[in-house]
Write a protein that binds this ligand. Structure first.
Ligand SMILES: C[S@@+](CC[C@H](N)C(=O)[O-])C[C@H]1O[C@@H](n2cnc3c(N)ncnc32)[C@H](O)[C@@H]1O
Length: 505
């Protein structure tokens, strides 16, 4: 008889065919028992009938499990097979097409009893807070993952399966344009589960950082801030406590470029030699370093002076900072997109300034990267092929919808509109644009920190500081500048307290 009809046969009437007996292994018997108890017999076993005896040729484990569980009858299909056909049949009947990852994951979800649960609930049940741990598989437990591997014949460990499920869930509910595409690459066998998991983790980390940035920016705008202004030289700042300043952005007089008001008898910046200028600079920087917290950051904007040719001011400035104990983190290039025309000889029109970022020795400053919109990825992150490796395989990486800003900074010079509405008669010879301050305060500060500008001039740094939720301190030797800063800050505070009301269109 060769039919697919299913018969109920008493377990006591069954026995394992002698050819099969030697070849089967009781490995995973406990798991089959478990599924038999939970779901009953899911698949019939195959028998042949020889001399009125029922010999099992496929399904020995289900038979043994039935015996151990006290199941009385089993569904059987009877086949007509000669002895030499038995092994061939077993191989043919175990033939399986590879099922897709999506289908596997869906089936696993079913086995883990998670269908219909919310993302949050699933995460909690699966112990997602510590996915690298072998000990914590959430309330579902490792056994159940093992069980899913066995039932679905997955050649992977429970922890790999859990990683696969993480990938699946993080992608499945997203609109297609927001998916990374890793599931597709898994299907095409071009990515390992571990790599897919690490890409998804990277994506989640990026999203978390994005959210943190959004919250930080929000807090900056509501932080109550204070200000202090000093109309005196910042070469000695006894008014403020040592080790109390978290961030400072400064732009002192450049060497022999501008002559400011009320600079006293020995104006800083008008020294006879570059060496004298640099020596004086060291005094300011030494005092500033004293005022920084151990992890505080100072950012110094400085430009070249082409007097009798190139003077190497920026290079010497850097050396001076190091000589008085500063540790330079980087020197950014600021490219002014609309530089003032200067006479220049045998070199191009200068348009760059240096921005030197430094700390005390041994500092571990905070740093928040900043990003701009990527030109190639619309939204979220996409898995992309990188360069070919030597062995011909291709690396896959995550291309994000935003890329970090670089240490080359392009912006126009100051625009008077930045202090509009304060005092139309006030003039300053060298204000730096707000964008310069914004850039550094955003990255090197947290709301509530203390900001110091030791050459505050028109107060650009102080205003940017307040807008970043910082308590600001300004020094300038010029009384008109300090008076203007006071007006400007009060104006800013007033604006903050009276939110603009716009008529609905
Ligand atoms: C390049 S400007 C700063 C401009 C400022 N960053 C802004 O955006 O308006 C240099 C400033 O340093 C001030 N200054 C010069 N010598 C000083 C000193 N010994 N102590 C404090 N301020 C000084 C000048 O009065 C001038 O306002």
């Amino acid at each position: 008889m060769n039919t697919n009809k299913i018969f109920k046969v008493p377990v006591s009437d069954l026995e394992v065919h002698p050819d099969v007996k030697e070849k089967h292994s009781p490995i995973n018997l406990d798991k089959i028992e478990y599924t038999m108890k939970m779901f009953g017999q899911q698949q019939p076993i195959t028998i042949i009938v020889v001399n009125k005896k029922n010999y099992i040729v496929d399904g020995v484990l289900r038979f043994m499990a039935a015996q151990n569980c006290g199941i009385e009858k089993l569904d059987c299909i009877v086949k007509d097979l000669a002895d030499d056909e038995i092994m061939d049949f077993r191989i043919r009947s175990n033939q399986k097409a590879k099922i897709s990852f999506l289908e596997t994951c869906h089936n696993v979800e079913h086995i883990l009893n998670l269908l219909g649960n919310s993302q949050g609930k699933k995460r909690e049940l699966m112990g997602f807070e510590d996915l690298e741990s072998e000990d914590n598989f959430g309330s579902i437990g490792k056994d159940r993952f093992e069980l899913a591997c066995i039932i679905l014949n997955l050649k992977m460990s429970p922890s790999t399966l859990r990683k696969l499920m993480t990938v699946y869930w993080s992608e499945k509910d997203l609109p297609e344009e927001n998916q990374t595409g890793v599931i597709d690459l898994l299907e095409k066998d071009e990515l390992s589960i571990h790599k897919a998991f690490s890409l998804i983790k990277k994506k989640e980390k990026k999203l978390k950082e994005k959210e943190e940035r959004r919250i930080r920016d929000c807090l900056r705008s509501i932080e109550n801030t204070s200000y202090r202004l000093y109309n005196k030289s910042s070469m000695f700042m006894n008014e403020i406590k040592d080790g109390s300043v978290h961030i400072s952005v400064l732009s002192g007089p450049y060497y022999t470029l501008k002559e400011y008001r009320y600079q006293g008898e020995e104006p800083y910046g008008q020294e006879k030699t570059v060496e004298e200028y640099i020596n004086k600079t060291k005094l300011f920087i030494r005092e500033l370093l004293k005022k920084l917290t151990p992890n505080g950051v100072a950012v110094c904007i400085i430009g070249e002076t082409y007097r009798n040719g190139y003077q190497g001011i920026c290079r010497k400035y850097e050396a001076a900072i190091e000589e008085v104990g500063g540790k330079i983190l980087d020197v950014d290039i600021w490219e002014k997109t609309n530089p003032l025309r200067h006479p220049h000889n045998k070199h191009f029109q200068p348009a760059k300034e240096s921005i030197i970022i430094f700390t005390k020795q041994g500092a571990d400053p905070i740093f928040h990267d900043q990003y701009i919109k990527s030109k190639t990825v619309e939204e979220g992150a996409k898995a992309k092929y990188g360069r070919k490796r030597e062995d011909g395989t291709k690396n896959v990486y995550l291309h994000n919808d935003e890329t970090p800003i670089t240490n080359v900074f392009r912006t126009p010079v100051f625009n008077k509109a930045e202090w509009e509405g304060v005092d139309p008669n006030f003039k300053h010879d060298a204000p730096a644009p707000l964008a310069v301050y914004d850039r550094y305060l955003k990255s090197y500060s947290e709301p509530g920190m203390t900001f110091l500008d030791i050459f505050c001039g028109s107060g650009q740094g102080l205003i940017s500081g307040m807008r970043h939720g910082l308590n600001v301190i300004g020094y300038d030797i010029d009384p008109e500048s300090i008076e203007f800063c006071q007006k400007r800050i009060e104006h800013e505070l007033e604006k903050r307290n009276k939110p603009e009301i716009k008529l609905a269109a």
